[in-house]
Design a protein around this ligand. Sequence first.
Ligand code: AMP
Length: 138
Amino acid sequence: MSYDPSNIFGKILRGEIPAHRVYEDDTVLVMMDIFPQSRGHCLVIPKAPSRNLLDADPATLSAVMPLVQKVAKAVRAATGADGIRLAQFNEAPAGQTVFHLHFHVIPVYEGVALGAHGGGKADDAELAALARDIAAAL
Ligand code: AMP
C-alpha cells in the first residue's frame, strides 16, 4: 500500500487543520493526541511521508528516535508520570487508524488504567496547557 497525503496528519503537517503543537522543526512535528489514552499523550510525527514503520526510510527512523526519547523525558517531567509507554501501530489490523508514521508517547500513572486507544476527546484548554508545559520541559 502506498502513502496517501490526504490523511489527517498530512493535513496537520500542511497547516490545513489545527493541532496542539508542542515542537516543530524541518523534519518532525510533536503534538498532543486529541483523544488521549492518558493526560499528556503526545504524538511524534516525522514529516517525511510514509504510512508507517514498514515503508519508512531507515534514515528517518534513526533521526527521529533521539527526539522520541527527549519527548518521553519531557512528558514525564511535565506530567509527573510514573512511567512512559511508547506505542506505534502498523496497518489497520494492528490498530493503526492514521496512515502517516507516528510514535505515541503515553504517560502512565501508578494505579490509573490507560484509556482506550482512540477514546474520548480531551478538553482543548487542557491540551493547550499540556502542550505548553511539555514544550517548556523539552
Ligand atoms: P494510530 O491508531 O496509531 O494510527 O493513532 C492515531 C492517533 O491519532 C490516535 O491516538 C488518535 O487519537 C489521534 N488523532 C486522530 N485525529 C487526531 C487529530 N486531529 N489531532 C491529534 N490526534 C489525533
